[in-house]
Design a protein around this ligand. Structure first.
Ligand SMILES: [Zn+2]
Length: 166
């Protein structure tokens, strides 16, 4: 028998029989609903990404050989990663400005932009999106789960409980 097991240090293990594809889909749907409603793991995906205090852009003018930078404080919307601007030093050309992000901001934004559409689709019952979302986030604390083969799920569960109580 193939089982999906989910546990975390604040919750006792739960087991799903996922021997067939249909059971697997049901289990993933249940896990998603559990994560969403009981654990609120997806709350940040329900809201717009919080706006930074300021955004700065950097570009370069190859004609004048100067760096160009633009700062915006308290942006009222999420700023694009790049935009084109006529040269501020009037070289006559157009230059690409790139949003300066810390590695953390970059990851946060990338995760949000890939996961938000998955979450919305998963909410509407799209199993492929739901599975991708669960997989993509399985590295997060509390969001990992395992799929294992066992001939005796009750004993298997007993062993997990015993290990947890050590
Ligand atoms: Zn220029």
């Amino acid at each position: 028998m193939r089982v999906l097991i989910y546990e975390n240090r604040k919750q006792d293990p739960i087991l799903f029989d996922v021997s067939t594809d249909e059971q697997m889909q049901d289990a993933l749907r249940a896990l998603f609903a559990h994560f969403d409603s009981d654990w609120n793991f997806y709350d940040s995906l329900k809201e717009p990404l919080p706006l930074p205090e300021s955004s700065s852009y950097e570009g370069y003018c190859p004609t004048r050989e100067i760096d160009i930078s633009v700062n915006m404080t308290k942006p009222r919307q999420l700023m694009p990663l790049t935009y084109e601007t006529p040269c501020p030093a009037a070289c006559g050309g157009t230059h690409t400005m790139r949003l300066k992000l810390t590695r953390y901001q970059e990851e946060e934004r990338r995760d949000y932009e890939s996961q938000k559409p998955l979450y919305e689709a998963a909410k509407k019952g799209d199993v492929a999106s739901l599975e991708m979302l669960l997989t993509e986030r399985s590295g997060h604390e509390y969001e990992g789960y395992d799929i294992v083969e066992t001939t005796d799920p009750i004993r298997f569960l007993g062993e997990i409980v015993k290990r947890r109580n050590c």
